[in-house]
Design a protein around this ligand. Structure first.
Ligand code: RIB
Length: 323
């Protein structure tokens, strides 16, 4: 298999303030350094896949403003096909306010702008223009409306693509969407939020102390709400690597070890992981190998400030894998 990567998601401008530590509510922390970076989970994921040499198309929405024009130029420079990126008149491009502390941990708040107007019909039209998606991987994240996420996954599946859902953020997703994903890639807190919300909706008591493998298995099994995730839940564990729980062997989770780096900024690590996972699967790699490579790509992304700056090229990823 040697296919394309199609990413459906958000594009933002990131206004980043690096400070000694993150403030608590009501507190002011001074002495920070301000930087502007390119961002948005979807656009970051598209750049991650393109840098690894996969033909990559991004489906998203920009505002009709200076940030939007610049964001499009940057994506094109990265080799991402932006022919399905809409510019929405009268709207602002998405903006993320990001605080990063000395350990590289972050806090993010997003003003969605045009991302909030990316609708099902425009995604349907963009995917329709691609014809059959057999051999391709469609990666969807959740900084766009839930109905659009669902429509993108539904069409992608119907056209024969492998589908990856990055449930970031997790709020508002249920089985009607999760059940359309072949692969689900939550981090630890998104996994907990997805399973807790389902438990709440079912009127059951929250089970305390479940480990990520148990929670991932719950999302693979069908529930009263609908079908489970098709092939695997891959839990990103930050500096602890990732956990792969496959539908065919749910009782044998695979722990994928971390790649050790000194993180400067963890913003975008998950996006690098998802983009690299999609690139690996589109290149025909086995699931386990694609996850191992994605873990390394995610780690490398944390070695520079800014969501995209540290995302590796194919040569950089190979060098790290060989080291
Ligand atoms: O995952 C990191 C991204 O989340 C940032 O680039 C920011 O724009 C937010 O979307």
């Amino acid at each position: 298999m040697s296919g394309r990567v199609v990413v459906v998601g958000s594009v933002n401008v990131d206004l980043v303030l690096r400070a000694e530590r993150l403030p608590v509510p009501g507190e002011t922390v001074t002495g920070g350094v301000f930087e502007r970076h390119d961002g948005g989970k979807g656009a970051n994921q598209a750049v991650a896949a393109a840098r690894l040499g996969r033909p990559t198309l991004f489906i998203g929405a920009l505002g009709d403003d200076a940030f939007g024009h610049e964001a499009r130029r940057v994506l094109e420079r990265e080799g991402v096909d932006t022919s399905a990126v809409r510019t929405i008149p009268g709207q602002a491009t998405g903006v993320a306010l990001i605080l990063v502390d000395r350990q590289g941990e972050n806090l993010i708040a997003v003003a969605s702008g045009a991302n909030g107007l990316l609708d099902g019909p425009s995604v349907r039209e963009a995917l329709g223009r691609l014809g059959s998606l057999r051999g391709d991987v469609v990666l969807v994240s959740h900084e766009i409306p839930t109905a659009t996420v669902r429509e993108a996954l539904r069409i992608a599946r119907a056209e024969g693509a492998l589908t990856i859902l990055n449930p970031a953020p997790a709020a508002g997703l249920d089985r009607s969407t999760l059940g359309l994903a072949d692969f689900l890639t939550p981090n630890r807190s998104e996994l907990a939020a997805l399973t807790a919300a389902e438990t709440r909706r079912a009127g059951r008591r929250q089970g305390a102390g479940k480990d990520p493998a148990q929670l991932a298995r719950e999302l693979i099994e069908p529930s009263a709400e609908g079908p489970g995730v098709g092939q695997a839940v891959i839990v990103t564990l930050g500096s602890a690597g990732a956990l792969l729980v496959r539908a065919e062997r749910p009782d044998q989770p695979i722990e994928v070890p971390a790649f050790k780096v000194r993180p400067l900024d963890t913003t975008g690590a998950g996006d690098a992981f998802n983009g690299a996972l999609a690139a690996g699967l589109a290149a025909g790699r086995s699931l386990e190998e694609a996850v191992r490579r994605a873990v390394v790509a995610g780690a490398l992304a944390t070695t520079r400030v800014g969501a995209r700056e540290g995302m590796p090229s194919a040569a950089e990823l190979e060098a790290a894998l060989g080291s």
